[in-house]
Design a protein around this ligand. Structure first.
Ligand code: UD1
Ligand code: CA
Length: 476
């Protein structure tokens, strides 16, 4: 066995063939045109590597955890990014001989008598979502077609349309013609008594998105018949249209409403556009319940956005997000929370109702740590809060404060605590209602003492006097 296949076997699980669907993700190509060491599939769109997005969409949309991922170039990076997961299987395609060849290799991982459906999709469609794939699957299941293709209507400059063209009669697909094969046509192209010139084919706007559905048996039977007789000398999966039709089988298609969600990218400009589309999608979903200071400049991880939408179904949300704010995947927001400009929240951070996070604040924890901030608490400008930190309700943490709690010494701050600006706090436990002046506190437990009038005695604890003073003198 190839070395690659051995390594891949270790991070593969097994298929659950009692579930009647299997997805095949084609991820063996590299994306040469990006001129990068990073394979195309691993570029992030809205914070998530493209191939991970495709896999998530496929699992949900095709209603199956069964997934075969074909890897080739940069197989190690792609496989480790996706990682081991129940019912995910990796297979190795040594040479990129075409989409038909890639699928043939994937089919080796499926028992011959599997009686369900196979869904195929490219690993570089960073904006595809579960909804499109679910509707595609449902349309296939209802259709009388044996092969089903996802298509879109090309909206841009036709000269830059490199997709395979869908040749149709009524709603039946007659053929998919690859862009490069159109360019090399020496005579008009005839199919079913229709003749097309090369220009007529190029002018077809309906394109092949590269997503297909088949019954397993028919796919297995016919994939053997694909031959590499085209300009690229590749095994084209798209040749199955012809092969199915020759046997009187029907090939259908489902066209999506929003073709920008089918985009793949070959260069960094399109990658940027896709990120912008992703941002716009998140913005559109949230704009009724969240106030954005700048709709073109923010990041909210999709899982956080989904939780906000869920929350919005039950109660008013009224969250405000500052320009340039970054809200990572583990953050939990509550109604009426305000996030300042350029604030960056990463890791497990939970903010209760009406918490106010100032501009430029940084909050971060490792995966096993947690930061919690209670109702109504204000975290002022420029604060940095890291590690294991709990802050109670109604506190005021003024500007430029540093708070760090590690695993051994977490920070616990009670209710209604005031911490004045520029303080540094590490590993402390601070009782409710304490008031702390500009202080440096290292592993202290702080109780609240009151004078005769009941006023809280403020804490002001400065570092011990500096050492080595004799080695320095004032400059004139
Ligand atoms: C393919 C389609 C084209 C469609 C387009 C959509 C064919 C012949 N053409 O073209 O009609 O409009 O996708 O994006 O299928 N891959 C492998 N192994 C291979 C070759 C490709 O895993 O040997 C993977 C790639 O990594 C990629 C996907 O398959 O994720 C599509 O391959 P790509 O080379 O991008 O296909 P296109 O030529 O763009
Ligand atoms: Ca492509």
């Amino acid at each position: 066995m190839l070395k690659e296949s051995c390594v891949l076997e270790e991070i593969s699980s097994s298929l659950d063939t009692s579930i009647p669907h299997i997805s095949i993700i084609l991820a063996a190509g590299h994306g040469k045109r990006l001129r990068s060491h990073l394979p195309k599939m691993l570029y992030e769109i809205w914070g998530v590597p493209t191939v991970v997005r495709v896999s998530r969409a496929a699992r949900k949309g095709f209603a199956t955890p069964n997934e075969i991922v074909v890897v080739g170039m940069k197989w190690k990076e792609v496989a480790h990014t996706l990682g081991k997961s129940p019912h995910r299987v990796f297979v190795f395609q040594k040479e990129q001989k075409g989409t038909g060849d890639a699928v043939k290799i994937a089919l080796r991982a499926i028992p011959e008598d599997f009686a369900g459906n196979i869904y195929i999709l490219p690993g570089d469609m960073g904006l595809i979502d579960a909804k499109i794939l679910r509707e595609f699957r449902e349309a296939f299941e209802k259709s009388a077609s044996q092969m089903f293709i996802l298509t879109g209507e090309y909206e841009g400059d036709l000269r830059k349309n490199y997709y395979g063209r869908i040749v149709k009669k009524d709603d039946e697909v007659l053929e998919i013609v690859e862009y490069r094969d159109i360019l090399s046509l020496s005579k008009p192209f005839t199919i079913d008594n229709h003749t097309f010139t090369a220009q007529e084919l190029l002018n077809i706007r309906e394109f092949n998105a590269g997503v297909y559905a088949f019954g397993h048996e028919q796919l297995r039977e016919n994939i053997k018949k694909i031959k590499p007789d085209n300009v690229q000398k590749e095994y084209y999966l798209t040749d199955l249209v012809k092969i199915f039709r020759l046997q009187g089988l029907r090939v259908g298609a489902q066209k999506v409403e929003n073709p920008s969600l089918l985009l793949g990218f070959n260069d960094r400009i399109v990658l940027k556009q896709m990120n912008n589309i992703a941002r716009k999608n998140v913005y559109d979903k949230l704009k009724q319940i969240v106030t954005f200071e700048d709709p073109d400049d923010f990041f909210i991880a999709e899982e956080v956005a989904e939780k906000i939408i869920e929350m919005g179904g039950k109660e008013p949300v009224d969250i405000t997000i500052g320009q340039g704010a970054y809200i990572g995947g583990g953050v939990k927001l509550s109604p009426q929370v305000v996030i300042g400009k350029n604030a960056r929240l990463e890791g497990n951070v939970t903010l209760q109702e009406k918490v106010k996070i100032g501009d430029e604040v940084r909050m971060s924890s490792f995966a096993h740590q947690e930061i919690r901030v209670g109702r109504n608490t204000e975290i002022f400008w420029g604060d940095v809060i890291k590690g294991n930190v709990t802050i109670g309700e109604n506190c005021r943490i003024e500007s430029w404060v540093r708070i760090t709690g590690n695993d051994e010494y977490p920070v616990k701050i009670g209710r209604k605590v005031l911490i004045k600006g520029n303080s540094y706090i590490f590993g402390c436990i601070i009782e409710s209602e304490a008031e702390i002046e500009h202080s440096v506190l290292n592993r202290k437990k702080i109780k609240v003492l009151r004078d005769e009038k009941g006023n809280v005695k403020r804490i002001k604890y400065v570092l011990p006097p500096p050492e080595g003073e004799e080695a320095m003198e004032d400059l004139p």
